[in-house]
Design a protein around this ligand. Structure first.
Ligand code: GAL
Length: 674
């Protein structure tokens, strides 16, 4: 009988094929010492399981499964289809991915396959089937792990096979009617009219800007093709290994917009995510917090698994910063604070050879007499102490709407300004809300918004009518809706919503702009009205007129001098705000301060710029997580039992600099909370 997942799982990718048998025995002893209870096995094992066509060698994996089971360690078993072996690409070079400018991506790295390749799929499904048949009832099996980071290196393939698959996808989208495709793609422009689907290609490198809707549809198609690779393997696993959950690891991070994870999440039994900090960036913990909330959004609010992060440096950034003492524990707890029920790492033992030999692991090259190892053991203790919070989740009153399609469309070429970056506003507003203790759900625009008091809509360039109606209904019913610049500009086909900007949201917001006035590189403008002294803004301005809204803040200079920069309009029982420029951090903070005051949205105690506070709520209890990223102790007014130290607190919790705390809250005094 397969087993269940550990409550707050701890462990990582385990690649025993890279090491001799003596190391395996040591691995299991040290895993026990570190409290590892879940490992991900066989991710890159295809060439070991099927060394040549028709030859299967499962003996070594049988042994690993049995030995791990005997050591009390559960297994997240990969289907091993992530990286095809050299014999396969050698026989079938037509399965290799091709870039936009026609270069073949040759084997020698990993993920050398076109996501639409029937040859790849046939062989991958054979392997997946054999894995499922062999291990479906193994007692160590807790989870199936399809492929690995689908689309990490091969998200968009432009080969002839992809072109044919793209045409099939387009025929389905446009009801086999090329006239509908012509309408959607606006092909009256530049003589692009197609007479037959056979003439359509992926947006390969062209003399100048490719058709934007062609690019957008290709992004949708590419995401769907990769998802399909997951779905076909998942279906095999569901058939042959019923009852065992199936996942694939997402890459919800700023650098990876290619997969529409908010849609993908619906297909997974349990969502898992890989997250890596950009080590050279200041305040990476804020990007981490946003990504973790977005991951919870992909899981529709349910707990999810942190499948990979790093104990310290990675190997793939230009300069790979080692984590500071305590940083790995803070990162780990932060993921748990935002809904993770597992803290796993890439990888168990740092490799000796290969491209990732300088990537940190749970067990470093230098062995166990290291600060890194001691921190790993300490993290395991902290997770054990907090284990009772597993299964709980957030119940927040504020939401940020997020949409991968809007991201793709917003960042296409030939737009008013290359400085409009989609995730930028979302992360900044998330940061400002978090610093005031407002818990935030990051959700797709199709989400039911009726339980939110505050709904923030950053740069939702592309929006469908249903989302506009849902936001309008939320405002009418009493919510405060805040929309930022370059939102509501186009429909799903990337066609302008006519009549003035911000097209789809003009009526809700009571404003109208006739022209964008993007700011130049390095240019900033002064904005007055948000508090007693002025703030600055950059990137964007508009010649905005009021059409029912009031001006809250106005530009003091720049191309929109004297015009409204921030507006507010009463709508039914609620309010709609428009923020027409990119406020600096101080301006964003003032805006958020006012929104928090006006909406009365719940705020968690102790939160500050460098003090992250979240609450997870279970059936009979709630847990307050505090992560102190600062250099001063963080006082928190919370009552209950602090699980990391095992002490009771009565309004007097002080989290040390760089420390973490998890408090099981005693019943809150009546009236203290909305
Ligand atoms: C992930 C991948 C792992 C490992 C890791 C290194 O993208 O899934 O296999 O390469 O990055 O940071």
């Amino acid at each position: 009988m397969p087993t269940s997942l550990p409550a707050l799982a701890f462990g990582g990718d385990y690649n025993p094929e890279q090491w001799p048998a003596a190391a395996h025995r040591e691995d299991r002893e040290l895993m026990r010492e570190a409290g590892v209870d879940l490992v991900t096995l066989a991710v890159f094992s295809w060439a070991w399981l099927q060394p040549r066509p028709g030859a299967w060698e499962f003996g070594w994996l049988d042994e690993q499964m049995d030995d791990l089971h005997a050591a009390g360690i559960k297994v997240d078993l990969a289907t091993a289809t992530a990286s095809p072996p050299p014999w396969l690409t050698h026989r079938h070079p037509e399965m290799l991915p091709v870039t936009q400018d026609g270069r073949t991506l040759w084997p020698g790295g990993r993920q050398s396959f076109c996501p639409s390749s029937p040859v790849y799929r046939e062989h991958a499904l054979e392997l997946c089937t054999r894995m499922a048949e062999r291990y479906h009832d193994h007692p160590a099996l807790a989870l199936w792990h399809v492929s690995n980071e689908l689309g990490c290196h091969n998200a968009r393939c432009y080969c002839d096979t992809s072109a044919a698959a793209f045409r099939t996808w387009l025929r389905a989208r446009y009801d086999d009617d090329v006239a509908r495709l012509n309408d959607a793609w606006g092909t009256a422009f530049w003589s692009q009219r197609y007479d037959d689907f056979a003439q359509v290609l992926p947006p390969r490198v062209a003399p100048t800007h490719a058709n934007p809707t062609q690019q957008l549809d290709f992004a949708r198609f590419s995401s769907d093709q990769l998802l399909d690779n997951f779905v076909v393997e998942r279906d095999v696993l569901h058939r042959l290994s019923p009852g065992v959950p199936v996942t694939t690891n997402f890459m919800v991070m700023r650098q990876t917009p290619q997969m529409d994870y908010l849609r993908w999440g619906r297909e997974l039994d349990v969502v898992s995510n890989d997250h890596y900090l950009i080590g050279e960036e200041d305040g990476g913990h804020r990007e981490l917090a946003f990504s973790a909330d977005l991951t919870r959004g992909t899981a529709d609010g349910r707990p999810w698994l942190l499948m990979e992060h790093s104990t310290s440096a990675v190997n793939w950034q230009p300069r790979n910063r080692a984590k500071l003492p305590g940083e790995m524990i803070r990162n780990s707890l932060s993921h748990v604070a935002h809904g993770a029920d597992a803290v796993l790492f890439f990888q168990w033992r740092a490799s000796r050879a290969g491209a990732e030999k300088f990537h940190s692991g749970l067990l470093p090259h230098a062995g166990t007499d290291t600060r890194q190892w001691r921190e790993v053991v300490e993290l395991s203790r902290v997770l054990d102490a907090a284990e009772e919070a597993a299964g709980s989740t957030a119940r927040n009153q504020a939401a940020i709407l997020f949409d991968y399609e809007a991201w793709w469309a917003c960042e296409l070429d030939s737009h008013p300004s290359i400085d409009v970056r989609y995730r930028d506003r979302a992360e900044d507003l998330h940061r400002a809300l978090s610093a005031r203790g407002v818990g935030v759900d990051v959700v797709h625009p199709s989400t039911d918004l009726s339980s939110y008091r505050l709904v923030v809509v950053p740069t939702l360039y592309l929006v469908d009518d249903a989302a506009v109606a849902s936001l309008t209904a939320a405002a009418e019913a009493g919510a405060t809706v805040v929309i930022t610049y370059f939102s509501g500009i186009v429909d799903e086909s990337d066609h302008i919503r006519l009549g003035g900007y911000p097209g789809a949201f003009r009526d809700l917001l009571g404003v109208r702009a006739t022209e964008f006035l993007p700011l130049l590189s390095g240019q900033s403008v002064v904005v007055e009205g948000l508090g007693s002294d002025p703030v600055t803004a950059d990137t964007w301005a508009e010649d905005l007129e009021l059409a029912g809204a009031e001006a809250v803040a106005t530009y003091a200079d720049g191309p929109a001098a004297g015009l409204p920069a921030v507006t507010r309009r009463a709508v039914g029982e609620g309010t709609a705000w428009y923020v027409a420029t990119r406020l600096d951090p101080a301006g964003t903070d003032r805006l958020v301060e006012r929104l928090v005051d006006e909406t009365g949205v719940e705020t968690l105690p102790g939160a500050a710029d460098l003090v992250e506070v979240t609450r997870r709520v279970g059936e009979d209890a709630s847990w307050l997580f505090v992560i102190n990223h600062g250099e001063a102790p963080a006082p928190v007014d919370v009552h209950g039992r602090e699980l990391v130290t095992g002490r009771d607190v009565a309004g007097d919790l002080r989290v040390p600099p760089g420390g973490v705390a998890v408090v099981r809250e005693s019943a809150r005094p009546a009236g203290r909370e909305a």
